[in-house]
Structure formats: structure tokens, C-alpha cells
Design a protein around this ligand. Structure first.
Ligand code: AMP
Length: 216
């Protein structure tokens, strides 16, 4: 399976991507996580990306595209992958198409996790992420077994700097202007599945699995 996840920031696409990645045993590739890792390791790329991320803006296409291209040729992507947070602009989608064509492969599905803006703002305020492995939780809707501690790796959970309310609003604007047009892009390609993203994590996961089953 070669899947991309679409949806506004905070729509829960990362959480769903992780579940699908476990189910299909394929890697989840989150460009946001890759950038956060670079920031943590204080690399040149991390420094550049942080300038944009802290403002709620998108990192320039050329930087993102290179990272993804290099990642997709790794061995563990042979049987498939889930792109989470990429592509986020039409030029990124076009570059991805070109790269996949050169590799002789195609995307199977683009899963659009659909959540209204009002819900997103509430969700982002309660989102907590693991500093170490990037797993994502919600203080109300997707609680870890032990408060403040990651179920996956036992590290501390924190609020992301760019999940603060003002930045969230900016990120939503950026989503509507630059990322939402991708829904039509993949619809035209005939691989779009839109799933209602309101509800609890398992419920949404079931909807996604059903949609994949029905649209094989
Ligand atoms: P995410 O964890 O997917 O919400 O990404 C966090 C931030 O990383 C975004 O707000 C962007 O600043 C940056 N970012 C992640 N993926 C991309 C992408 N495909 N294109 C541009 N910027 C990105």
C-alpha cells in the first residue's frame, strides 16, 4: 500500500497514519517529525525549517521534496509507505508524482481526514506529543494510559510550540490556501477517499479501514 494522508493540521492524520502503518507493516513518513528531529539535532536544515515552523508557515517546497525523495528510496519503503503531512502544496504533489514515476510506482490512495475548523482549534489546544518518538495524544480524546507519559516509549509528553492558539489559526489559513487544493488534485486522479474525522480514534480508524476495503 502506498498511501498519503490529507487533512488540516490537528485533524488526526498522524494518529491514523501510525495505526495504518502498524496494520500494513509499512513506514509512516511524517515530514513534520523529520523537521522536528533536525531541529532537535540542531542541523542546518533544522535551523532553516524552524524559522518557518515557528511562524506557522510551510517550509519551502524544495527543502521538503528532497527529504521525501531520499526517504522513499530507502529499503523499508519497498512494500509501501504512508506519507503523513506531505504533500502540502500542489508543486509538492507534482514533484512526488514525478519521483514515483521515475521509481516505476504509483500511489494507491489519498485519505482525506475531514474535520471542521472549529473542532480543530479545540483539538490542537489539547494535543500532546512525545518528545522522543513523536507519538500524538489528546488530553481528552486520546489519553495515554498514564498522564503525561508516552505509551509507545515512556518519554514525557509536551505541547508543540506551533500548537499554541495563534499559530494554529495561522496554520489553518495556510492549510486552506495551500493544502486544501490537493483534495481536488487527488480526486481528479481517482484515488481520493474522504473520511469523516470527527469522533474517537478507533471509530475513525474503522471508517478508514472500511473505506479502504470497499474501494480496493
Ligand atoms: P506537521 O507535524 O505535519 O503538522 O508539520 C509541522 C510543520 O512542519 C508545518 O506547520 C510546516 O511548517 C512544516 N512542514 C511539515 N511538512 C511540510 C510540508 N510537506 N511542506 C512544508 N512544510 C511542512
Amino acid at each position: 500500500m502506498r498511501i498519503i494522508m490529507l487533512g488540516a493540521p490537528g485533524a488526526g492524520k498522524g494518529t491514523q497514519a501510525l495505526l495504518l502503518s502498524k496494520k500494513f507493516n509499512i513506514p509512516q513518513i511524517s515530514t513534520g517529525d523529520i523537521f522536528r528531529m533536525h531541529i532537535k539535532n540542531k542541523t542546518e536544515l533544522g535551523k532553516k525549517a524552524k524559522e518557518y515552523m515557528d511562524k506557522g508557515l510551510l517550509v519551502p517546497d524544495d527543502l521538503v521534496v528532497e527529504i521525501v525523495k531520499n526517504r522513499l528510496i530507502e529499503e523499508d519503503c519497498k512494500n509501501g509507505f504512508i506519507l503523513d503531512g506531505f504533500p502540502r502544496t500542489i508543486p509538492q504533489a507534482e514533484e512526488l508524482d514525478k519521483a514515483l514515476e521515475e521509481m516505476g510506482i504509483k500511489l494507491d490512495k489519498a485519505i482525506n481526514v475531514n474535520v471542521p475548523d472549529d473542532n480543530i482549534i479545540v483539538r490542537m489546544a489539547g494535543r500532546r506529543v512525545c518528545k522522543k518518538c513523536g507519538a500524538s495524544y489528546h488530553i481528552k480524546y486520546n489519553k495515554p494510559s498514564q498522564e503525561g507519559i508516552c505509551d509507545e516509549c515512556g518519554s514525557n509528553l509536551v505541547q508543540r510550540d506551533d500548537d499554541k492558539e495563534e499559530t494554529v489559526k495561522k496554520r489553518l489559513n495556510v492549510y486552506h490556501e495551500q493544502t486544501r487544493p490537493l483534495i481536488e488534485y487527488y480526486e481528479k486522479m481517482g484515488i481520493l477517499l474522504t473520511v469523516d474525522g470527527v469522533g474517537d480514534v478507533d471509530e475513525i480508524n474503522n471508517r478508514i479501514q472500511k473505506a479502504l476495503e470497499v474501494n480496493k
